[in-house]
Design a protein around this ligand. Sequence first.
Ligand SMILES: Cc1cc2nc3c(=O)[nH]c(=O)nc-3n(C[C@H](O)[C@H](O)[C@H](O)COP(=O)(O)OP(=O)(O)OC[C@H]3O[C@@H](n4cnc5c(N)ncnc54)[C@H](O)[C@@H]3O)c2cc1C
Length: 417
Amino acid sequence: MNKRKIAVIGGGAAGMLAAGYAAYLGADVTLFERNTLLGKKLGITGKGRCNVTNNCTPEEFIKNVTANGKFLYSAINRFTPEDTMEFFESLGVPLKTERGNRVYPESDHAVDIVLALKNYCLKNGVHILTERVTDFIKKADEEGALDGVVTEKRKHTGFDAVILCTGGLSYPVTGSTGDGYRLAESVGHTIKTPTPSLVGLTSDDEICSATMGLSLKNIAIAVTDTKKKNKVIYKDFGEMLFCHFGISGPVILSASAHLRPMEKDRYTVAIDLKPALDAQTLDRRLLSDFDKFKNRNFANAFDELLPSKLREPFIKLCGIAPDKKINAITAEERKRIGTLLKNLPVTVTGFRPITEAIVTSGGISIKEIEPHTMGSKLCPNLYFAGEVMDLDAYTGGFNLQIAFATAHAAAEAAVWQ
Ligand SMILES: Cc1cc2nc3c(=O)[nH]c(=O)nc-3n(C[C@H](O)[C@H](O)[C@H](O)COP(=O)(O)OP(=O)(O)OC[C@H]3O[C@@H](n4cnc5c(N)ncnc54)[C@H](O)[C@@H]3O)c2cc1C
């Protein structure tokens, strides 16, 4: 029996797993990658350590998928986070689980994951071509089915199935520049407008530029939405960073996934600088500090309470003269200070550009994709895997798990169809 011929477009996380697995299942697979190296983005994931998955159940995984989690139900139950861990360990990459169930290679080197996937492809006989795909070629005799692809170098025909894994629009230097959207559109697919997710937030507030570079650990944030009567729409605890453009860092990146639609000045991030102290305990702490420093100027009131870079801008926000004596601070002023310490507001003006986002929200509409097979409902032998689809999740290894689970489902369907 002739082997099924499969073209996989994109040699990132999804493409390498799809190609290697389809070849393992017996197909004759050609993997097209536009870069000279495979897995360029994968190599910089997790700050070079690659948070390869999240050690959680499929149910917990789906709760962490921000857009269209239910679509992944079938794929994730057939290739669970546990399967991802077993897969990489079977390829000779020992893993470890850290805080928040984040899974990393024991070596802390993302390159080990890239090499494991590349070797998996080579071991199973995948032909790797470093060519950029620019178009699809349709079969003459079947309705809408694909015969092959056009690359910048030549035409490749005679394929039984094509798996499109070209990623989203974020970090385009790694190769994900939106080619997949154009290819999918050429066969009738709808693209949900790509927007940045897991990205820094811009703000014009002086506190950001004044404290640029300051990283705050163990803070809490509550994000409110003015269009929903200032309802709190997201809460988190952890680490954040003030930058020249506004705010960033882990809790801010996670919050960004909830700020949809993004509109200037619609959302406010209230930072609780002292989450371990409730309002009353904090007031007692202020009273005690103010008593200790009663003869000092207000400018020096927070020497033991706030990081040095934050003190001056914070004092400005309090609206109290820096040269006022601490023993002259009124109860009403102290209350205002307490409120600010628990709710330091940063008004959000927008997202940083998609080129800086960890993931792209939006992409090929999942309404036109069969969730069990990742097959196109519009083009008989076209399949999708990874970030090119309208799927995205929080940080924590969930986005790579989306890539692996969808690649696994697409490979099986493309081979067994
Ligand atoms: C800085 C950063 C850190 C991240 N860290 C993590 C993390 O630790 N854990 C996590 O779960 N997620 C992380 N992510 C997200 C994760 O990397 C992506 O969700 C994941 O790589 C998506 O896989 P993919 O295969 O769909 O797309 P990609 O990895 O982007 O791969 C797409 C591939 O297709 C190729 N390609 C594109 N167009 C063409 C074409 N026309 N012809 C041929 N080839 C083409 C590209 O060159 C690229 O190699 C991170 C993202 C970034 C940017």
